[in-house]
Design a protein around this ligand. Structure first.
Ligand code: GMT
Length: 376
């Protein structure tokens, strides 16, 4: 049975937008009609799919509005598309504003329109602490027909922080394994000035404060004293200036490559030996999964959802938040012990297929939709 599903997400670079877009693409491959409703075309929607549609939300500027009312424009667009296309489901990625806008649209369209809300993190781990927003977030969650979170840690945090009564199902992040796989490219290493004897450490993020990129640089500074290595910093964001300054201060300019935002991450992971993610908040850590699918073992902080992805000592290593000595110790072990790196890389790859296999995760969402539609 084919469903008509509206997906509401942030289209720009970021894990939630990636997951929402990849989900839409895979659901379309399963025959469902997918309608993305967003402010711009999701960046990963990079080819034509006959059963994927994109509906742009535009905000008109009227002098009566001091601030352009994006949320109202979105709610109105969801209602318009849901009515015209007879959507069965709206899958809102993020409680605020998306689940709330979906709720408003449902009031306009009727109860047959079901809302699935996926919590990705920031709406709980950052906005949830804001007393002026917490009741609104709770309302958005409780008015959804089904709520999912991307890790058990995020679900628990949501119950604890917002006293949510609604059950929250964990549906993990996934990657398209056809895209994320190990590809050999020695030429690329050479072009980045990486000598054959050097190891490569990679960090990928949006350089927000919570990602603690300075910890990554400081860890690397300890590592490079023991192992010849290069650090690839992929991404861009508010902390970039601070990170650049630190790299200079620590006299690491020759060892660190700033790659900016990149699309073809599988190629970069494939030439890396270890991935570092030392965040202070991370509801899942999609970038870990991307690296693991390319057989790269990861060292990550034992916070949020990261321990659900990295099994300490099995497919990678965990360290305490801010403990750069521990992070460096694990990284050096992985870089100097070839067998350990191979074994953990293999285990990381197996974890992707055993615990986070895309077919299974997409089927979990599909099951939720069918149950709501009353067809199973
Ligand atoms: O990590 C970010 O800053 C981006 C953020 C987002 O909103 O796109 O990512 C969140 O959602 C991802 C997909 O579910 C998760 O894998 C990330 O862990 C999560 N980020 C945080 O919790 C900080």
């Amino acid at each position: 049975m084919k469903l008509k599903i509206g997906i509401v997400c942030y289209p720009s670079v970021g894990g939630s937008g990636v997951v929402a877009t990849e989900l839409g693409k895979m659901l379309a491959e399963r025959g469902h009609d997918i309608h993305f409703i967003s402010s711009s075309i999701p960046f990963r929607l990079n080819k034509v799919y006959p059963n994927i549609y994109y509906h742009e939300v535009t905000v008109n500027q009227y002098s009566v509005f001091q601030y352009p009312p994006y949320d109202l424009a979105l709610a109105s667009k969801i209602a318009e598309v849901a009515k015209r296309e007879q959507l069965d489901i709206i899958h809102a990625h993020y409680a605020v504003p998306h689940a709330l806008c979906a709720f408003l649209a449902k009031q306009m369209v009727g109860d047959h329109l079901k809302i699935v809300t996926t919590l990705h993190g920031t709406d709980i781990t950052v906005l949830g602490y804001d007393p002026s927003l917490s009741d609104l977030i709770k309302f958005g969650i409780e008015q959804s027909d089904v709520v999912t979170a991307v890790s058990n840690a995020l679900a628990i945090q949501t119950y604890e922080l917002l006293d949510v009564q609604k059950p929250i199902q964990t549906v993990y992040n996934f990657v398209d394994e056809r895209v994320y796989s190990k590809q050999r490219n020695d030429e690329l290493r050479r072009q980045y000035g990486i000598a054959p004897h050097e190891k490569v450490i990679i960090h990928v993020s949006n350089f927000r404060k919570v990602k603690r990129v300075c910890d990554v640089v400081r860890t690397f500074a300890l590592v490079v004293k023991q192992v010849p290595a290069k650090l690839l910093l992929v991404g861009d964001g508010p902390e970039m200036t601070v990170v650049c300054r630190l790299v200079k201060e620590l006299k690491l300019c020759d060892h660190v490559r700033f790659l900016g935002k990149q699309e073809n991450l599988a190629e970069l992971y494939s030439m890396s030996d270890v991935k570092l993610l030392l965040s202070e908040k991370e509801s899942f850590g999609l970038v870990l999964l991307e690296a693991m699918a390319c057989r790269v073992p990861c060292v990550g902080t034992a916070i949020g959802g990261i321990p659900e992805v990295i099994e300490d000592g099995k497919n990678g290593f965990l360290c305490a938040l801010g403990d750069i000595n521990e992070a460096a110790h694990h990284t050096v072990r992985l870089l100097t012990d070839e067998d350990l790196r191979e074994t953990m890389g293999q285990k990381a790859y197996e974890t992707v297929y055993e615990k986070f296999y895309s077919e299974r995760i997409v089927a979990q969402y599909e099951h939720i939709y069918f149950q709501l539609k009353g067809d199973e």
